[in-house]
Design a protein around this ligand. Structure first.
Ligand code: SDX
Length: 393
């Protein structure tokens, strides 16, 4: 066509893959991990139990779970040289910048994990990542606060240990409230995996070249950072604070509808869910529980969130575009109430999603037909042409 040549990319649909880990029905608002509904897992299981399920395909027996927990506890410490890695960061660095760098740096301590043909190396890499992410994330929080690092305590559960490493100080240990620990554990379950979202697809693509699994996960951390993806929890809390009071909600609803305004309601909408995100339902209940427990249920921000949700769900624009609250809408309220600075919110999302990333990577590497990922394009550039000498330009 007019000197242009047409290029047939040889595909019509976007790249997709087969997986047995997570099922989403966006129209019905259904999310299953290995067949189990997210609401049942969040209500009845623990995060380590869900990690075992996502990694291995079945719920663990009591002894399996005991063995799994014990193995995790044996790998919670970081190499002491990694602690010095933080000194290279400014104290006010965004925690996601530090996590991206630190997870990639961890690859240098486990060269054996490059051997994706060795199932034991692959299994150990999965255990190490799940075990060390809480320690790494807690150190990032402590570094930004200028406080001494707190080491893992093996007598605590996964969520309790993470809270202890985040909030204990040398003067006194942090008394972990079991209900807060349960809310933390449930937060982790709700973020564990979510099919082929942007960051998981990034991990799969990076890992498809045979890259170190820790480096592939670091690529996933980088992708999750964006406000359209995992960064939405921090952006949503910023938005709720910017709205400030219920009477200002109509102003922001109008902005969200205005095509000339780049503003979007953070925590609303989804690439797949065209119904209520089932995780948001559990997260909203958890937000009420945590704020009630901490005597914060009269917090203006919860009122703004509830009223914003009510108005948006009744508004014709949002109903027509099937925009519902997603996992990020209430999560920031919970984390803020527990005491995390909002720049840590996406770090906590990454901590939880690590099991999904590594399980999806393993599933891809287990496939004997697996080849390096190579998305194609539809070329719309210049047709072939000859070089033009400088004096003729
Ligand atoms: C996560 O993929 C995953 O699974 C991700 C995740 C996971 O667990 O890994 O679920 C985690 O990333 C959740 C999403 C967090 N992001 C946010 O909350 C940021 C705010 N939401 C959006 O930016 C947006 O909804 C996206 C990015 C999530 C989806 O964007 P799309 O693909 O454009 O959404 P769409 O196709 O459904 O949009 C339909 C219409 C569009 O308008 P039109 O082009 O039809 O005119 O609705 C508009 C959009 O512009 N729209 C919004 C909106 N989200 C979509 N308008 C106002 N506010 C919003 N939040």
């Amino acid at each position: 066509q007019s000197g242009q040549f047409t290029f047939d990319p040889g595909f019509t649909s976007t790249a997709s893959c087969e997986s047995q880990i997570t099922f989403i029905d966006g129209e019905e608002g259904i999310l299953l991990h290995r067949g189990y509904p997210i609401g049942q897992l969040a209500g009845k299981a623990t995060f380590p139990e869900v990690c075992y399920l996502i990694l291995n395909g079945e719920l663990p027996s009591k002894s399996d779970l005991g063995t799994f927990n014990e193995e995790i506890k044996q790998h919670t410490l970081l190499h002491t040289q990694l602690d010095r890695f933080f000194d290279g960061f400014r104290r006010d660095s965004h925690p996601m910048a530090m996590l991206t760098g630190a997870v990639g740096a961890m690859a240098s301590f486990y060269p054996g994990a490059m051997d994706s043909e060795d199932p034991e190396e692959r299994r150990l890499a999965s255990i190490r990542l799940i075990a060390k992410m809480p320690t790494l994330c807690a150190r990032i929080l402590k570094y930004t606060m200028g406080q001494k690092f707190v080491d893992p305590r093996n007598e605590l559960s996964y969520a309790e240990n993470f809270l202890s490493m985040c909030f204990s100080v040398t003067a006194e240990d942090y008394n972990v409230d079991p209900k807060i620990a349960r809310a933390m554990d449930r937060f982790f379950i709700l973020h564990a995996d979510h099919e082929q979202n942007a960051s998981t697809s990034t991990v799969r693509l990076a890992g498809s070249s045979g890259a170190h699994p820790f480096a592939a996960v670091a690529a996933g951390v980088a992708c999750l950072w964006g406000p359209s993806h995992g960064g939405a929890n921090e952006a949503c809390l910023n938005m709720l604070h910017e709205i400030g009071s219920v009477d200002r909600i109509p102003e922001f609803i109008a902005r969200a509808k205005d095509k000339n305004d780049s503003f979007r309601l953070m925590g609303f909408g989804h690439r797949v869910y065209k119904n209520y995100d089932p995780r948001a339902t559990v997260m909203r209940e958890s937000a009420h529980e945590v704020l009630d427990l901490l005597g914060l249920k009269d917090q203006p921000i919860l009122k703004v969130a509830m009223e914003l949700e009510r108005i948006a769900l009744e508004d014709e624009y949002f109903v027509d575009k099937k925009l519902y609250p997603n996992v990020d809408f209430y999560s920031g309220i919970i984390l803020d109430a527990i005491g995390f600075p909002k720049q840590m919110f996406t770090v906590l999302f990454a901590l939880a999603r690590t099991v999904g990333w590594i399980a999806q990577l393993n599933e891809m590497l287990d496939d004997p037909t697996q080849r390096i990922g190579r998305p194609r394009q539809i070329y719309t550039g210049a047709a072939m042409r000859d070089y033009v000498p400088m004096d003729q330009r």
